[in-house]
Every structure is written in structure tokens, then in C-alpha cells.
Design a protein around this ligand. Structure first.
Ligand code: AMP
Length: 279
């Protein structure tokens, strides 16, 4: 396994693999790797000749006042995890390598970036899309692996890849959870013991709501879920909403493929989750 910090070098190496006819898989991450990340890495290693994992806490996707400085960083452990998972290249650029002081170019996916989490995290998806576009250009990846836990991110990147004619195919990977249903996230480390206990309710409430989708009116399902969430101490709902699972568009009573998405704050920790549902 090679660890690289320079984009030009990785680009040269990736181009060589491309010319050799190797299939290249890319797994973009912000590090603090957990089983969710490993599930993406395993898929890439299994289905490609070469796997590149990027580890970069991207400052452009943090809004002012967010947790950029506190975000968990554990490079040594992450490299060990990558090595154990048979990753070929780990890309660990520094901030200046990706976003020099003179960086002027950004990617925006209009409308999709402004709804749901976008309403609460100004500029977040612009930062994500720009970073991922750069990684696609550096890695020449055939496939890039993203988790369904970040459902809006996944849909935005699918749209970006299509609109900008990237050769990279986006592969959606299922959410890996704790036994009690909490979606694994690097930010779960912020939860206190009590909050961690309470956090298990979030997925349970979502699943219950989704199970009623076939037979009940959507508004009453959402209201009931909201009431249950509000009973959790120290929990603040940012949003709970049902959207079209293809493209995040609004749904009507005839919509078949939907996704119930939510974001909450439990104490200081922001948690997101979603479940797919079908009429
Ligand atoms: P992050 O390091 O949080 O930016 O996540 C990097 C990638 O891992 C993104 O595509 C996430 O959607 C994905 N990911 C994070 N948590 C999970 C999880 N619990 N299950 C599956 N994928 C995940």
C-alpha cells in the first residue's frame, strides 16, 4: 500500500493504471474510519483492480461555527485499517494541496444543494461536490463508492457526475449500523453515554414510520414521528421529510419510491438518517 500526499503524483499513477486497462475504484472519506467506511472499501477492493482511498477533512464543506477543528482525526489507525483491507493507494493531501489560498473554482448542484441539510449547512454540498469532482479528476476512477447514510450527498453527486459527464460511475452502498440501529458515523464519538443510549430511538422511529407508508396518510405518519422524536431529551429536530428517492424531488400521494430523511441534534451532535420506503 502506498500513501501519497501529492495530487499530481497520484494522477500520474492512476493514469498508468488506466492505460494498463485496470479498473480503478475510489473511496472518498474524511477519515476516522469505521465499519461503514470499510464496507465501501471492501466493495471497491472486490470489484476493481486498484482501490484508492482518500482521507481528507475538507474545510470547504464545513460551515462557519461547525466542527472542522474538532472533527476526529486518526490517521495512523486509518492507515492500518486500509492496509488490512488491501487498499492499494491512500491519498492524504493537506489543505493547501487541495484548496490553495488562490482556489477560485467551485461546483454547485443547484436546488438539490439548498434543501434538507443544505438549509442548515450553508455551502456544505458545494464543498463536497467540489472536492469529489477534484478527486474524480485526480483518480480517473471507474467507480466511486458512497454510503446511503448520506443520502442527499449521494443524490447530489449522482447529479453532478451526470451533468458534468464524469466517466466515474457512482456506486451507492447500504448504511452500516450498530446493533441497536444507530447509523455508524465518525461524529457518533461526540455522543455522551446517555445520548448514545437515546440515539438508538432515531432509527426505530424512522423504521416504524416507513412501515406505515403503504397504508396511512403521509402527513399523519410524519407528525407521529415528530411527536415521538420530540419526547427524546435534548433532541432538536432539524427536519423530517419524505422525498423522491430517485432525485430528492417532492412527492405526492402517487409517488412509489420514496425516502424518509431526517436530521436532528442530540445535545451538540448532529445526526442524520434515512430509510427507503415504497408504496
Ligand atoms: P465521511 O468520512 O463521513 O465523509 O464518509 C465517507 C463515505 O463513507 C461517505 O460516502 C459516507 O456516506 C460513507 N459512510 C459513512 N458512514 C457510513 C455508514 N454507516 N454506512 C455506510 N457508509 C457510510
Amino acid at each position: 500500500m502506498k500513501v501519497l500526499a501529492k495530487s499530481l503524483l497520484l494522477q500520474k499513477i492512476a493514469l498508468k493504471h488506466l492505460k494498463n486497462g485496470d479498473e480503478i475504484g475510489l473511496v472518498p472519506t474524511m477519515g476516522a474510519l469505521h465499519r461503514g467506511h470499510v464496507s465501501l472499501i471492501d466493495k471497491s477492493v472486490k470489484n476493481n483492480d486498484v482501490t484508492i482511498v482518500s482521507i481528507f477533512v475538507n474545510p470547504t464543506q464545513f460551515s462557519p461555527g461547525e466542527d472542522f477543528l474538532q472533527y476526529p482525526r486518526s490517521l495512523e489507525k486509518d492507515l492500518f485499517v486500509c492496509k488490512k483491507s488491501h487498499v492499494d493507494y491512500v491519498f492524504v493531501p493537506n489543505v493547501n494541496e487541495m484548496f490553495s489560498a488562490n482556489h477560485k473554482t467551485f461546483v454547485e448542484v443547484k436546488e438539490l444543494q439548498d434543501i434538507l441539510c443544505g438549509k442548515f449547512r450553508t455551502g456544505h454540498f458545494r464543498g463536497v461536490a467540489t472536492m469529489v469532482a477534484k478527486l474524480f479528476n485526480i483518480s480517473f476512477a471507474d467507480k466511486a463508492y458512497f454510503g446511503m447514510k448520506d443520502f442527499q450527498q449521494l443524490k447530489i453527486l449522482e447529479k453532478m457526475a451526470k451533468d458534468l459527464n464524469f466517466r466515474t460511475k457512482i456506486i451507492a452502498c447500504p448504511t452500516v449500523r450498530e446493533k441497536d440501529g444507530l447509523a455508524l458515523s465518525s461524529r457518533n464519538a461526540y455522543l455522551s453515554f446517555e445520548e448514545r443510549d437515546l440515539s438508538a430511538c432515531i432509527n426505530k422511529i424512522l423504521k416504524q414510520a416507513a412501515s406505515e407508508f403503504k397504508n396511512k396518510d403521509l402527513n399523519s405518519i410524519l407528525k407521529a414521528a415528530e411527536v415521538k422524536l420530540q419526547k427524546i431529551p435534548n433532541l432538536k429536530i432539524e427536519y423530517i421529510q419524505a422525498v423522491n428517492s430517485k432525485d430528492l424531488s417532492s412527492i405526492n400521494k402517487n409517488s412509489e419510491f420514496c425516502c424518509l430523511v431526517l436530521a436532528v441534534r442530540l445535545g451538540k451532535t448532529r445526526l442524520i438518517d434515512n430509510v427507503l420506503m415504497r408504496k
